[in-house]
Write a protein that binds this ligand. Structure first.
Ligand SMILES: Cc1ncc(COP(=O)(O)O)c(C=O)c1O
Length: 399
């Protein structure tokens, strides 16, 4: 067996199952799940319509690089969305289809880490669990930067010791962030780029929530945009990860892409060729209309905006909770996150996720402790019912 498997931590949802085992929720209250970040809005209809066409492509093996039309549409979308210089992003050498960002985040780490040089992978804390698992399986040591409220939940890059930067081979950023909903500014991303240049490491920016934000006039910036602004015109050392899962509410489609530095994409293509994770041509063709169209994404954001506007005031009457800058998560403070989660399940038949399960112990404590993650993915009416039940539970605790 690969001994690194033993270093993996139990996945948060496994821990949640154990926490709730044996609990007896009231049978008359229908269960509402708020723990998983799985979009529940209707899947984009233009994706569903396209599913029925091009079925004959299932008769061919897909190439790992993907079909040119897919890569071209992605390059056009990135150029439009992040105001890149026309032609700066070459669809031939700078874009690859991936089966959702999850597998790509994992596989990318295996591609870039040189295990012989005592590698470190720097990442936020709390964080999307794949970053750590991928680092451990690549033989790297994770280094955790706390994402906490005093800094608007943005990890302080300048607090990382120089000895860590010297060993860092890969920096993970997540913007908009899961679970905090923080958004990195262009200046923040440029500071990361300065460090990457100085210490010669790669930045993997997980931007899978980039299209879920609340102010139509303030779309979150991206790493490629920051690279361009900093004069890294070939996106040196940068790779971004995007997906249709949240943008178009199709998490089951498994459709995403990576884009950035051509040298890194070339190495990643080589790795993926052997890994055998080409996206089916059918999925690529079905994805094209979803990257071309913004109307369905604007409508998706409208639903989230409406939901947050209704739910947040209900919760704010009983819990310290801020409106996030982006994403579909709330990250309220609670006294004891495990107890809160278990009691909420037992008394109100609601599932949330203890924040400590998304974080790691570091000096100063686990920055997820004393928080719960609430995914506002269900319908507006279900989320309002859930918020009312949370209010009732918290009021009951106070009595
Ligand atoms: C931060 C983050 N990155 C990546 C993913 C993976 O998404 P997908 O593989 O559907 O693109 C998720 C899913 O919830 C996520 O929260």
């Amino acid at each position: 067996m690969n001994p690194a498997l033993a270093s993996l931590h139990p996945y948060p949802f496994e821990r949640l199952r154990a926490l709730l085992a044996g609990a007896q929720p009231p049978a008359d209250l229908p269960h509402i799940g708020l723990s998983i970040g799985e979009p529940k809005h209707p899947p984009a209809s233009l994706v569903l319509q396209a599913m029925a066409t091009e079925l004959q492509t299932l008769g061919t093996y897909p190439s790992t690089q993907g079909v040119p039309q897919f890569r071209q549409v992605v390059a056009q979308w990135l150029t439009r969305r992040f105001a890149l210089a026309p032609g700066a992003l070459d669809p031939e050498t700078m874009v690859l289809p991936v089966n959702g960002t999850r597998e790509a985040l994992f596989a990318f780490v295996q591609t870039v880490i040189d295990g012989a040089r005592a590698p470190v992978v720097v990442m936020p804390n709390p964080f999307y669990q794949i970053y750590e698992g991928a680092a451990l399986l690549a033989g790297a040591e994770p280094y955790f930067m706390p994402s906490t409220a005093p800094d608007d939940y943005l990890p302080d890059l300048d607090a990382v010791p120089e000895a860590i930067w010297r060993r860092c081979q890969l920096l993970f950023l997540c913007s908009p962030g899961n679970p905090t909903g923080t958004v990195a500014s262009l200046e923040y991303l440029q500071r990361a780029l300065e460090l990457a240049r100085r210490y010669d490491f790669v930045i993997a920016c997980d931007e899978c929530y980039s299209e879920i934000y609340f102010d139509e006039a303030a779309a979150p910036p991206g790493l490629l945009q920051a690279a361009q602004a900093a004069g890294h015109s070939a996106f040196e050392r940068c790779v971004v990860f995007h997906s249709l899962s949240k943008r178009s509410s199709v998490p089951g489609l498994r459709s995403g892409f990576v884009a950035g530095d051509a040298q890194l994409i070339k190495a990643f293509l080589l790795y993926r060729t052997y890994h055998g994770c080409a996206m089916s041509v059918h999925t690529q063709l079905v994805s094209i209309p979803a990257w071309r169209d913004e109307a369905h994404v604007i409508e998706n954001r409208r639903l989230y905006r409406q939901k947050f506007a209704t739910v947040v005031p209900i919760l704010q009457s009983v819990l310290p909770v801020d409106m996030p800058r982006a994403s579909f998560y709330l990250w309220p403070r609670v006294t004891d996150d495990e107890r809160f989660t278990r009691e909420l399940f037992e008394r109100q038949h609601l599932t949330v996720l203890p924040g400590s399960y998304l974080g790691r112990e570091i000096p100063g404590g686990n920055p997820g402790r004393g928080r719960v993650r609430i995914s506002l993915v269900a319908s507006v009416s279900e989320c309002v019912t859930a918020a009312e039940r949370i209010r009732e539970y918290v009021r009951g605790m106070e009595r």
